[in-house]
Design a protein around this ligand. Structure first.
Ligand code: ZN
Ligand code: ZN
Length: 417
C-alpha cells in the first residue's frame, strides 16, 4: 500500500473512531460529496469498513452531488425554493433520536453558487434551517454523535491553490488535509486524544474564570463581548448523553462559548473572507450595539451579507465566540481554505445566529424562555466569520473589573498545567 493510500485509510479511521466514535450496535449515516475522483470512493469505503469494524450495525452512505443545487436554482419553478429535502430530514432525525452517528465528508466548489439569485438561495436556506433546527437541538441535548471531515476535490483545490501546478493541486490539498488533521503522524488517534485534552484544559480554565466580558482589539477591531452568567467554554470535542466522547469537527483547534445576546458592543473587522453558501463575502466590518448588528460594510458580497442578517431576528445577533490560536497547524499553512471547517480553526471567530445550548450550564434542559432569559439567542442559521490574526489581543474582564490577558498577538497568553 502506498504512503498516500495508508494515510487515506488512517484518515478514514480517525473520522470514524475519534470523530464519530462509532459504538457497537449503532447506525452510521455517512454523507459524502460526490466527485469523479475514485480516491473519494475509496476513502468512503475505508470509512465504512472502519465503522463495521468498530461494531456499527448498519452504514448508510448518502452521496451528495452539489451540482443538483445549481441545476435546481437555474431551472426549478419559484415554489421550489421554499421546499427542502424532507426525506433526508426524516432519516437524519431518526438516526439522531436513536443515538446513532452522522458523518459529513465535505468538499466542493467554493464558488459554485456565485452569481446565482441571492433571494432564492436565502429562501432555500430558510426552509432548510427551519426544518433542521430540531436536529441541532437534539444534538445539544446529547443525542447521537456527528462529525465533519473534508475531502480534497479538484474544484476546491483549483480555487484554493492557483499557485500550484494544476495537475498537483488535488494531491497538495490532500497533503494539507492530512497535515492539519495530524494524519501524517504515526498514531493520529492518540495524537488527537492528547490534543483534545489540551483544548479541554484551556476551555476549563476559561469556564472557571467566568469573565464578565471578553475584549478583542486589532486594527479595525474594538469589540466587547459580554458573557452570560454560567457560560461554559467547550473545546476538544463533546460527550453525548451516553457519555461517548466525540469530535464534531476534524480538525478542531477552537475553544468556544456563547456571548450574551444583548451585551456585544463595538466594531469588528473580518480577518478572512467568508464563503457563505457559495458566495464570497470579503473585506467586511460589522458594528454591534447592545448585541444587535446595526451597521456593516463589505467590499465584496455585501448583498449576501445583507441576506444573511435578514434571515430572521436572531441572524442580527451572535451565537458563538471562539478562540483559535494563530500557532495552530492550520494557521501555520498560511493558506485560506475557503471552507469554514478549516478557516474557523485558524483564527478567532464569531458566529452570527444560533448558539449551542451546551455553552451555558444546564442549557440543554432549559425551556426556550429560560434559555432566552439567560441571554441566549435563537436563529435558524449559524454562520462563523473569522476575526483573529497575529495582530489581535484578547482580554478577559472579571466581575470586579480586573483585566487579564487571554491572547497576545493571536496566541494563547495563559498557561495550563
Ligand atoms: Zn466555532
Ligand atoms: Zn460556529
Amino acid at each position: 500500500m502506498s504512503n498516500f493510500e495508508h494515510n487515506l485509510k488512517k484518515y478514514a479511521d480517525l473520522l470514524v473512531r475519534v470523530g464519530n466514535n462509532v459504538q457497537p450496535g449503532s447506525r452510521l449515516m455517512l454523507q459524502a460529496t460526490l466527485d469523479d475522483d475514485p480516491t473519494i470512493r475509496r476513502l468512503v469505503h475505508y470509512a465504512v469498513e472502519a465503522a463495521y469494524k468498530a461494531g456499527a450495525s448498519f452504514v448508510k452512505v448518502d452521496w451528495r452531488d452539489e451540482m443538483l443545487t445549481k441545476i435546481r436554482l437555474e431551472n426549478a419553478p419559484d415554489e421550489s425554493f421554499d421546499l427542502t429535502d424532507e426525506f433526508y430530514f426524516h432519516a437524519r432525525k431518526t438516526i439522531t433520536e436513536e443515538g446513532g452517528n452522522i458523518m459529513f465528508m465535505i468538499g466542493g466548489d467554493p464558488d459554485l453558487l456565485a452569481g446565482q439569485d441571492q433571494d432564492k438561495i436565502a429562501r432555500m436556506k430558510k426552509a432548510t434551517g427551519k426544518l433542521f433546527r430540531p436536529i441541532s437541538l437534539l444534538n445539544d441535548q446529547g443525542y447521537g454523535t456527528w462529525t465533519i471531515g473534508a475531502i480534497s476535490m479538484k474544484v476546491w483545490a483549483d480555487k484554493m491553490l492557483p499557485d500550484v501546478p494544476e495537475d498537483e493541486r488535488v494531491e497538495k490539498l490532500w497533503d494539507l488535509i492530512f497535515k492539519v488533521c495530524r494524519v501524517d503522524l504515526d498514531d493520529p488517534v492518540t495524537a488527537w486524544r492528547e490534543h483534545a485534552a489540551n483544548l479541554k484544559a484551556r476551555a476549563d480554565y476559561l469556564s472557571k474564570k467566568q469573565y464578565e466580558k471578553i475584549t478583542f482589539s486589532a486594527p479595525g477591531t474594538s469589540l466587547t463581548v459580554g458573557m452570560p452568567d454560567n457560560h461554559v467554554w467547550i473545546g476538544g470535542g463533546e460527550s453525548n448523553n451516553k457519555n461517548v466522547e466525540y469530535m464534531p469537527n476534524i480538525p478542531t483547534e477552537e475553544v468556544f462559548s456563547m456571548p450574551h445576546k444583548y451585551r456585544v458592543n463595538g466594531t469588528v473587522r473580518a480577518s478572512k473572507p467568508l464563503n457563505y453558501g457559495g458566495t464570497l463575502i470579503d473585506k467586511f466590518s460589522i458594528t454591534f450595539k447592545e448585541g444587535k448588528i446595526v451597521d456593516f460594510t463589505a467590499e465584496k458580497g455585501a448583498d449576501a451579507l445583507q441576506k444573511l442578517i435578514d434571515l430572521d431576528e436572531g441572524a442580527r445577533f451572535l451565537g458563538e465566540v471562539a478562540l483559535a490560536p494563530s500557532s495552530s497547524p492550520i494557521a501555520q499553512t498560511g493558506r485560506l481554505f475557503y471552507e469554514t471547517l478549516f478557516d474557523e480553526n485558524a483564527a478567532n471567530h464569531l458566529a452570527i445566529g444560533a448558539p449551542y445550548r451546551t455553552n451555558i450550564k444546564g442549557g440543554p434542559e432549559m425551556t426556550d424562555e429560560q434559555f432566552y432569559a439567560a441571554g441566549g439567542n435563537d436563529s435558524i442559521t449559524h454562520v462563523d466569520f473569522m476575526i483573529g490574526s497575529t495582530e489581535m489581543n484578547v482580554n478577559g474582564v472579571t466581575k470586579d473589573g480586573q483585566i487579564e490577558p487571554i491572547m497576545r498577538g493571536g496566541d494563547w497568553a495563559f498557561d495550563i498545567s
